[in-house]
Design a protein around this ligand. Structure first.
Ligand code: ATP
Length: 453
């Protein structure tokens, strides 16, 4: 059974060093979190799983890592400066501020139930910056609220540097910032978070086929690479489409409080390239875009066969990496009853995602013979470069097993007195707690088998 409440995960994250409250020693800062020793590993493994599937296992997608701060004009023409806002309402009785579109009941305060609520007003979600020596500190740039826009503005750069035929994509992983009205749900809704987004440029006549293809591909990734069972995931089409979208579908995961969005897969037609291109009049732009007299570059594609020059459509896949990590932890979390009033908490992560791949544990602390053998095993395993390998020289085997169960280490290797006699060690499996005796020489191959699933 996965975690029953997000609070189980919050407690585990703090106790075992996955996630801490940002600015904690000064009372915290809403919507900002710091990732600790095991959190950074889990995030990295999720990013790698995404990058592997998007870049390393295909020929048609290129990587990009654009700046977090950008010229204000990007956000003018993307429509964010004028339109990236949420409807903010305030309860006149208790003062709670809420996003009207996320309220349980739009006519009642989520906090106190009062129906005395203000009219909604638009609330700018982008975080403004004052860059350089501006005398008055006026906003002259923004922290990006998504990675996608900088992908569109680099469309021509990437295509010129690495020519591709349609369809092809550009993928980015990186931070995004949104001045969310009410950050909530631990790392579910933050003000600083991370996105993994891919923009796939397609022939307009091919858009629906490609949208469906990406919906299927992304759903399989959640199931096969993150280990989330299919029945805990679903597609949720948007009821109301944004003006630029031709189709929009979310992947939702069943969190303890119900299904909620973890990724969006959208058909944005020619809105983005049409918004940022120079010479808009040269193209038949289907979406409604702002007139652009500032862009210096045509963001079009020339078809080598037909010779036609046009604006491709965009199919976008947009995932929140922090939300993915939260879903993965909730799903992997189990509290097992071991009988006799004993329980254990275990994180049954896919080994490819585990922050620590294997722990080597001398049975007694600071016994030179045990420690030397343990260090040799650690060194051998580290040479395999499969991720983090830890040495546990605390002498408390029970405590070590509990710790590694809770952080999801797939296998522990225990070196004991018998090791010195016959050169074997105990391999203890996280999920079953089964133990097997293995010759030291066979440890690397056996560990590889276990962590490769
Ligand atoms: P929501 O409706 O939850 O505000 P969105 O539809 O605005 O999200 P997108 O702009 O499509 O989200 O962003 C893509 C993904 O980025 C989302 O599916 C989500 O996983 C993640 N994401 C968006 N906003 C946040 C946030 N404030 N904190 C953490 N992750 C976020």
């Amino acid at each position: 059974m996965p975690a029953k409440t997000v609070n189980d995960i919050v407690a585990l994250c703090k106790r075992r060093g996955f996630i801490f409250t940002g600015s904690e020693i000064y009372g915290g800062l809403g919507g900002a979190y710091d990732y600790g020793p095991y959190g950074v590993e889990l995030m990295k493994n999720i990013r790698n799983a995404w990058w592997n599937s998007m870049i390393y296992s295909r020929d048609d997608i290129e990587g990009l890592d654009a700046a977090l701060i950008s010229n204000r004009l990007l956000w003018k023409y993307s429509g964010h400066e004028a339109g990236f806002s949420d409807p903010l309402v305030e309860c006149k009785k208790c003062g709670t501020r809420m996003r009207q579109d996320k309220m349980k009941d739009a006519s009642k305060c989520d906090n106190c139930g009062s129906t005395d609520i203000t009219e909604p007003r638009a609330y700018q979600l982008m975080m403004g910056l004052s860059i350089g020596a501006t005398a008055d500190g006026a906003v002259n740039a923004y922290l990006r609220p998504e990675t996608a826009t900088t992908t569109y503005t680099n469309f021509k750069n990437v295509l010129d540097a690495k020519p591709h035929k349609l369809p092809f994509g550009i993928a980015q992983i990186g931070k995004a910032f949104r001045n969310e009205i009410s950050p909530r749900g631990f790392v579910f809704r933050m003000r600083e978070f991370e996105q993994a987004e891919m923009q796939y440029f397609v022939n307009p006549s091919d858009d629906e086929v490609q949208h469906k293809m990406w919906m299927d591909a992304r759903m399989s990734w959640w199931i096969n690479e993150l280990g989330i069972p299919a029945e805990k995931l679903r597609f949720m089409p948007h009821e109301k489409l944004a003006h630029y979208a031709k189709a929009a579908v979310d992947i939702e995961y069943e969190f303890p409080d119900g299904f909620d969005e973890v990724e969006g897969i959208h058909n944005r037609q020619d809105f983005d390239l049409g918004s940022h291109t120079k010479a808009q009049g040269d193209f038949k732009i289907n979406a409604t875009v702002l007139e652009n007299k500032d862009s210096t570059t045509k963001l079009s594609y020339s078809d080598p066969q037909s010779g036609q020059n046009f604006l491709p459509y965009v199919i976008e896949t947009a995932m929140g990496v922090n939300r993915a990590m939260l879903a993965v932890m909730i799903q992997a979390y189990e509290e097992e009853d071991l009988g006799d009033g004993k329980t254990r908490t275990v994180l049954k992560l896919k080994p490819s995602l585990s922050p620590v791949k294997a722990a080597v544990i001398p049975l007694a602390r600071n016994v030179p013979e045990l420690l030397n053998i343990s260090n040799d095993i650690v060194a051998t395993l580290r040479k395999m470069a499969v991720g983090r390998i830890e040495l546990e020289n605390s002498g408390n085997i029970g405590k070590n097993y509990r710790r590694h169960d809770e952080i999801g280490t797939p296998v522990c290797i225990t070196v004991d007195h018998q090791t010195m006699e016959d050169g074997t060690v105990t391999l203890r499996h996280r999920d079953t707690m089964a133990q097997e005796r293995v010759a030291i020489a066979d440890v690397p191959s056996r560990v590889l088998e276990i962590i490769n699933g």
